[in-house]
Design a protein around this ligand. Sequence first.
Ligand SMILES: [Ca+2]
Ligand SMILES: [Ca+2]
Length: 313
Amino acid sequence: MAGNQKRPVDELASKSFSRLGKIKITTWKGVFLIAFVAGVIGTFAFVLSGDNFGIYTSSEAKVSNVQPTVARPVTGGRDVNTPTKDRTACNIDKDCKGIICPMVVGGDKPKCDLKTKACYCGGKCGDKYCDLAEKRDDTCKEDCGNSYIESFENSFGGWEPKHQIACENDPFPCFFDWSIKRSKQKAYDGAYSLAAYLDGSHDDGTIWVEHPYTVTPNSKINCEISFYLWSENKSSINQWPVLAYVGPRNPVREEDFKLIGRTDEVAGWKKYSYSTQLTTDSFTDKIWVAFGFGATAEFQHTYYLDQVSVSFK
Ligand SMILES: [Ca+2]
Ligand SMILES: [Ca+2]
C-alpha cells in the first residue's frame, strides 16, 4: 500500500485502542502485542489459581495447613483436606512430578501409589519416616513399627461404636439418640466413612469407636493415633470437643478421653492427632485406642470420621 494510507486492520487497531488511557496503539502489531501480554497475565493467574489439573502450587502449600492433593504422608508434614477421588491420578512416579511435598526426609518425594493410582508423598524403607504406602501395606517395620490404617471401605475394621450419657438432671436412663454407621455420604479416603450422629439434648453425651491392640508386656511404647473428621461448617460457636484415648483399659466415659481439638474448626475434612507414651507392666498385653466427640450444647450434629491411623513404636 502506498503512502500514509492505512490498511483496514491498521484502521481497526487505531480506532479500538486509541482511547485506552495514554496508551495509543496505532498498528496491527500493537493489537497482537496487547493480546500477547493479556495472554501471559491470564496464564499466570490461571497457574496461581492452584486448581488446574489438580496440582497444588507452592503458594497454596504455604498458606494451607493441609497437605497437597494425594500427597499426604500419614505422619508428619502438611496435611491435605482432599478426598481420594479428587487427588491427582497417576500410573508411574513421573506422573506426580507437579506435586509439592512437605520438607520431611522420607516424605518429600512425589510418588505414585500403584494400588490407588493416586499420587502421594513418600520415601523409601529405612529413611526413619513412615509414609502412607509403608503404613498401609505394613511393608516397613523399621520406619513404621506396628501400624494400622482403617478407611472403613468394607467394614468397621474391628472398630466398635460406643457411647456414654450422664443425663444431666434427667432421671437415668434418659433418652439418648446417637448412631455411628458406615456411610457413602462423605469420604476422606475411598468411598466410605463413619457417619456419627449425636443428639446433644442433655447438653451431654459422648460417642466414639474403639479398638483393642495386642502389645508387648514390660515395654515402653510410643502410641500415635490420627484420623479425619468432617464438619459441615466452620464456626466459632457451638464447637464440640473432639476426643481420643490410648490406654490399658477399655474407655467407658467421657473423662477417660483427652481433648485433642474441636469440631467445626474448618468446613470439610480436618486431621486430628494424639500421641502418648505408655509403659506396659507384665500383665498388660493389650492397649485400647478410641476416638470420637462429645456434645456440649443442645443441638443435633452429624460428623463424619475416616482414615484412622494407629502406630506403636
Ligand atoms: Ca520410609
Ligand atoms: Ca474411607
